[in-house]
Design a protein around this ligand. Structure first.
Ligand code: PLP
Length: 388
């Protein structure tokens, strides 16, 4: 038998994995093989909104398993998916709307593009600079990362990426041929950039004028992350479709497209499908996650912790000449540096704090929404140390 080197892996090398291998999690901490605890401001990249080992998730998983149903084909009805869809609709922008469940953020956006095409009878899509919508052929075409796109071209044709906030360029791009305009109300991967509410309102009017669907990608910024259940609630602008994923099922893979009634009415059996979407196990967990996050007290706490974090980071920016700007809402923040961010992510990890980048020069912070004030303070102190 050939000896396997300790750093060899049978997993495809598409991730530059760093640091220790984790074996357990508790609250806002990840625990490494050697027992070292890491304070986690990454939360599975904005997935683990309730942190690790949360009783709501444990209990929901056990309850779902009791029924014996992990998966049932979408050829049949199951109650958890129906209840989850009804609750998402009741809590969002269109009370006659409907929901399509899938398994990831990219899939949710791909679905939304198909729905927009079917509803509008048109094909083109407009997205914005700094955007990230996923890694499949249409979602990647709408993602402003030429380095991610180039090796896989040709991607979906008819997708334009327009400078974010540029009204003249957007007016030129959105035409009678446009099926959909897609935007993150608070960009994540592109550097944690809140989009001006005035620009979103401008997009709303333009889409109405041209008969295009306005899609808000809330895969990263949705579900309590910004201190309201949906980020769009803070903008006063209502989309036609909204995509969700990351935290929806508490760490189980699940995505969703929320469609308004007009677009939903254009879809018929056979138009779209996925084998696993909205199965009873993930939907049971997601329903309890949604109810937990949507509690007014829970969201008020996210806002209060977010306000403290924003002030803490502003103080850090004032004391560190390395910091150019801090941006964010709720518990989603970016620290823009005048130099590459990756060495500071490494330095924080060496001090047992996990953070990540968002583009080359931004440190991104997306801790569990359940994080304690004390843990937030502990993490900001480490960041101050590494940025000193
Ligand atoms: N949309 C946004 C805003 C995201 O941040 C991401 C992932 O980071 C995606 C879509 C893609 O989601 P997934 O990785 O689940 O396909």
């Amino acid at each position: 038998m050939t000896a396997v080197q300790s750093d060899a892996s049978a997993l495809l090398g598409v991730y530059a994995r760093v640091g220790p291998s984790f074996v357990a999690g508790e609250g806002s901490e990840l625990i490494a093989e050697d027992g070292t605890r890491y304070l986690d401001f990454v939360a599975g990249i904005a997935v683990n909104a309730l942190g690790y080992n949360h009783p709501v998730i444990r209990e929901a998983v056990l309850r779902a398993l009791e029924s014996g149903l992990v998966h049932v084909s979408n050829l049949y009805r199951t109650e958890p998916g129906e209840l989850l869809a009804a609750e998402l609709v009741a809590r969002s922008f269109n009370r006659q709307g409907q929901v399509f469940f899938c398994n990831s953020g990219a899939e949710a956006n791909e679905g939304a593009f198909k729905f927009a095409r079917k509803w509008s009878g048109k094909t083109e899509i407009v997205a914005f600079s700094g955007s990230f919508h996923g890694r499949l052929f249409a979602s990647l075409a709408a993602t402003d990362r030429p380095d991610y796109r180039r090796p896989f071209e040709p991607l979906l044709a008819g997708v334009q990426i327009v400078p974010l906030g540029d009204r003249a360029a957007t007016t030129r791009a959105v035409t009678a041929a446009t099926a959909a305009v897609i935007i993150e109300p608070l960009q994540g991967e592109g550097g944690v950039r809140p989009v001006d509410a005035g620009f979103l309102a401008f997009l709303r009017n333009l889409c109405d004028e041209k008969g295009a669907a306005l899609i808000f990608d809330e895969v990263q910024c949705g579900l309590g992350r910004t201190g309201t259940l949906f980020a769009y609630e803070q903008t006063g602008v209502i989309p036609d479709m909204l995509t969700l994923a990351k935290p929806l099922a508490g760490g189980f893979p699940m995505g969703a497209v929320l469609l308004n009634d007009r677009i939903a009415a254009a879809l018929a059996p056979g138009d779209h499908a996925t084998t696993f979407g909205g199965g009873p196990l993930v939907a049971t967990v997601a329903l309890d996650v949604l109810r937990t996050i949507a509690e007014p007290d829970f969201l008020a706490e996210v806002r209060a912790k977010g306000a403290w974090l924003g002030e803490g980071l502003a103080r850090l920016a004032a004391s560190s000449p390395r910091v150019r700007a801090v941006r964010g809402r709720g518990l989603m923040w970016g620290i823009e540096l005048g130099e590459p961010a990756a060495p500071f992510v490494t330095a924080a990890r060496e001090r047992r704090l996990l953070v990540l980048t968002a583009g080359p020069n931004v440190i991104r912070i997306v801790p569990p929404l359940t994080i304690s004030q004390g843990d937030l303070e502990r993490g900001v102190a480490v960041l101050a140390e590494v940025l000193a």
